[in-house]
Design a protein around this ligand. Structure first.
Ligand SMILES: [Zn+2]
Length: 294
């Protein structure tokens, strides 16, 4: 991964490290970041590159509240007193980070799980709706990966996609990636497929000029996981049994951390199947059993 800023248009740059952070020039000296990296270490690396150019950060737009996107907020807000904008729900979460880990775990989170992917300091973020955006920026609603996630388009025809989709390498390694709501996620993929731009920048993979192939691969991954979970639940299964079978199927080894994150994603899939009438539940011998309908 390169520690450098790549120029993607007259005003648009991106950080070419592990996280593809957008850097958009709003005038001669000020920049707006699109997401902010996972932690202070990344923030400092990016800030050095920004300082070398003689720029300063006056605004951060967070695509969503996940810590790998807003973990750098604290450093930048402290140093530049910059504003932070996100969609209403995400602004509320970024400003009150203590509640965020509970979204996946479904209860007060286990302290041992609170690493920098999962927890960060709260920063003061505001609802982006009604705010005047820097000239040349517009927003694209892309819910699904996270509630009310947004993408950002720049006037150089570059689109920062947040986590609307992931790269091929990630899918090969992870098999099942984080989604908050499957129906929204699939609709957002359909939307992304129809967007036109000179460059598409997913946060976790290399930028591409044509996004359609990556959309197809991500959609296929979701469909395969839906099929896999429906097949597992052909006979009534309780949740831990489904997790076990899924992990066996895709050759992953369970850990507490994976149980939390991947287990949460499997629950998201089960919820989607239940909400769309493809799955039912029944209590048997004090187990909650999930069974595919039809
Ligand atoms: Zn992410």
């Amino acid at each position: 991964m390169r520690n450098e800023l790549i120029c993607a248009g007259e005003k648009t740059y991106y950080y070419a490290g592990l996280y593809k952070i957008g850097v958009y020039k709003t005038d001669e000296t000020n920049v707006c970041l699109i997401d902010a990296g996972i932690d202070e270490e990344i923030a400092i690396k990016l800030d050095r590159l920004i300082e070398e150019k003689g720029w300063r950060v006056s605004l951060i737009i967070n695509t969503h509240y996940h810590a790998d996107h807003c973990g750098g907020n604290y450093y930048f807000q402290k140093k530049y007193n910059c504003k932070i904008y996100a969609s209403k729900m995400n602004a509320a979460l970024i400003s009150n980070y203590d509640i965020c880990p509970a979204i996946v775990w479904g209860a007060t989170p286990l302290t041992v799980l609170l690493d920098h992917y999962y927890y960060t300091k709260s920063t003061i973020a505001e609802d982006i709706e009604g705010k005047e955006l820097p000239e040349g920026l517009s927003l694209i609603n892309l819910p699904g990966h996270a509630i009310s996630m947004i993408g950002v388009r720049t006037e150089d025809e570059v689109i920062f996609l947040g986590d609307a989709l992931v790269g091929v390498d990630t899918l090969k390694k992870e098999k099942i990636t984080y989604i908050y709501e499957i129906g929204d996620y699939l609709s957002s993929l359909d939307k992304v497929e129809k967007l036109s731009a000179k460059l598409f920048i997913p946060y976790h993979s290399e930028p591409v000029r044509d996004i359609r192939e990556l959309v197809r691969i991500n959609r296929e991954n979701v469909m395969n996981n839906l099929k896999r979970i429906k097949a597992i639940c052909k006979t009534p299964r309780h949740f831990d049994d489904i997790v076990r079978e899924f992990f066996n199927d895709v050759d992953m080894e369970l850990t507490l951390y994976k149980y939390n994150v991947k287990g949460g994603i499997i629950k998201t899939y089960l919820t989607y199947l239940h909400n769309t009438g493809q799955m039912e539940t029944e209590c048997m011998d004090n187990y909650l059993m999930w069974q595919t309908i039809g």
